[in-house]
Design a protein around this ligand. Sequence first.
Ligand SMILES: Cc1ncc(COP(=O)(O)O)c(C=O)c1O
Length: 401
Amino acid sequence: MDRFFAPGPNHLFVPGPVNIPDHVIRAMNRNNEDYRAPPIPALTKDLLEDVKKIFKTTTGTPFLIPTTGTGAWESALTNTLSPGDRIVSFLIGQFSLLWIDQQKRLRFNVDVVESEWGQGANLEILAEKIAADRAHTIKAVCIVHNETATGVTNNLAAVRRILDEYRHPALYLVDGVSSICALDFRMDEWGVDVALTGSQKALSLPTGMGIVCASPKALEASKSAQSVRFFFDWNDYLKFYKLGTFWPYTPSVQLLHGMRAALDIIFEEGLDHVIERHSRLGKATRLAVEAWGLKNCTQREEWFSDTVTAVVVPPYIDSTEIVKRAWKRYNLSLGLGLNKVAGKVFRIGHLGHLNDLQLLGCLAGVEMVLKDVGYPVKMGSGVAAASSYLQNTIPLIPSRI
Ligand SMILES: Cc1ncc(COP(=O)(O)O)c(C=O)c1O
């Protein structure tokens, strides 16, 4: 019935899964293929080479795994660590919490550094722990680059500086699920040992592919890591890489063709331009939030996320109602507040294949919902703040100059 009563596209503003470009949808609309016949290994070879660019690595080894972000986490941990290994992990929101839960269930000795939700990773505590760890008992530092639940972006370069300052050999594992391909991310420069993302986030593909990239140091660690693994074992992939057939088990050929199209679009726009576009969308959203008189869940500017904004609502409003109402009345999908911030925030995802005018549509929708739930918003205030900024900053479309 939706097709009669909700014409036009759904306005998808959850922070993943995100909109898929038409070109990518068309590239995936195909029959299955024999993945052992020459075209799929040839396609895979190029994808493995090209995907390194979104991690900004030349020395890393990528793995395209039929999984989601959660599986990519497991791949990163089990290939590089052994049960009982001490790891330092930052708890700053729901996704870092889930990763820590996985780390504990996989039997690592997790040294949790907790911050209030809305704050970034506490790097002073990291520095203290690293400085005190002369015996190098810390085997890895795990951090979520962009905490999708609160809209907090951590400073990855600063973590590397701390490790370097104390010449600490801990592996550096980064969840880039809601950052890679949207925020500035530099695997080689920041000495990240394992970085990972999921296809449904900024790459703008369907869910189903985990993309994990391992540094030479991480590959070396995988030779002695004792964690039980089968499906996620990098070694199985590496054997098939050597053979030139690439796949230890059946890949989704549709996703591979989709990934080819998605990377082509990203490289055509230029990764740096993609990152600039996200920074513009992030800033425009924050200006709207300010104009509505609402607070950003993220407590300091240094942590503001350009892929997701978590908006704090006044105590007399339940943010769940905002999300429900947005979907029921305006065909607008916003992100719920999760766990500790459930009912207190709603999230606007602004990542992936998305443009400025789409964002303005979302902001107009949010204003109407805010009014619906009894918040005294000045209609048009957020849209005006965002559009004034965008009007000054949107570049001409290069292909139309
Ligand atoms: C930062 C972050 N890490 C990990 C995950 C888990 O990914 P998935 O749901 O694909 O398993 C998510 C999901 O939103 C996320 O935002």
